[in-house]
Design a binder for this molecule. Sequence first.
Ligand SMILES: [Fe+2]
Ligand SMILES: [Fe+2]
Length: 342
Amino acid sequence: MANVWNKPQLAARLAAVDDLLRRFPDAGHRTLAKRLHAEQPMWFPTLEHARAALRQRTGNSGNRKYAEKRGQSRAARKPGEHPPLPKSEAKPWEPYRLDARNVLTLSDLHFPYHAELAIEAALAYGDEIKPDAILINGDGFDFYAISRHDKDPTKPKMLHELECGRQFLGHLRSRFGGVPIVWKLGNHEERLDAYLQQNAPLLFDVPAFRNFWHQPAGFVEHGITIIGEQRPILLGKLPVFHGHELGRGTIAAPVNPARGAFLRTQHTVLVGHSHQTSGHASAGLWHSEVFCWSTGCLCDTSPEYARVNRWNWGFAHVTVDENGDFEVRNMRISSDGKVRAS
Ligand SMILES: [Fe+2]
Ligand SMILES: [Fe+2]
């Protein structure tokens, strides 16, 4: 301990201690001292040199206030005490509860490639049932302009797509008054996040930048609640997904999309995304019933990229009891605009 350090040497020793504390914030003093001595024998010729420097820097000897100021203060670990587990960075994933009893559920409108006849038929049904909430269950926008697929430069640009959605929301507000409108983001809306992540990664975590499209889409003007992060919507006890959250198993299911949703979730759910009306029922061991539904779309059913498909127009009407029990009317719309229960 006879070493006397000059100023630059002291600074170098402190820097070595600080670096170690930064790299291993949860390691014990004894472990750190061993490492310090092994890595920097010139500055810490014995283990005791290293321990003394660590004790001083973390405020366990000398002035604790200075250590606190530097954010390096830490209580000495008691004998037998384990170092803490690493902190989890996982974020909670919670469903969104839509508190309504009579919900018109529309999905896959794909503005500006929507089907006017089908939307008018669904809204005319809405005129009859007078919903107390409207759920746009994903793929409200197509976002063709920022798709990763090859693009036709003559097709409508982003601003036009957004304007189309804004016009639709203005129509909904005029037709259904102030009922809550919830817009869940589907895989087509998520195209925008993917585009920004690829082209402006440094700005991606700035909310105002990421959500720039909410204003031109009319979400702000019309008080729309936006649900992202693939959160399910709960209508009473019924979980509603767009469908892409369940993976390709739903859309490419061997029998029908509703069965695909069942196989994935083993739970009663309602999904869109597949552009097909279908249903699946199953009974559990104690005869508890599980029902799954997939709803039809409200968009062009013969797009350039999938001329031949099994899509059909449709929507769902969900009523919810006081105790959360629900009834689903999965409606089809025929090519002449007639609405029929499926
Ligand atoms: Fe879709
Ligand atoms: Fe989708």
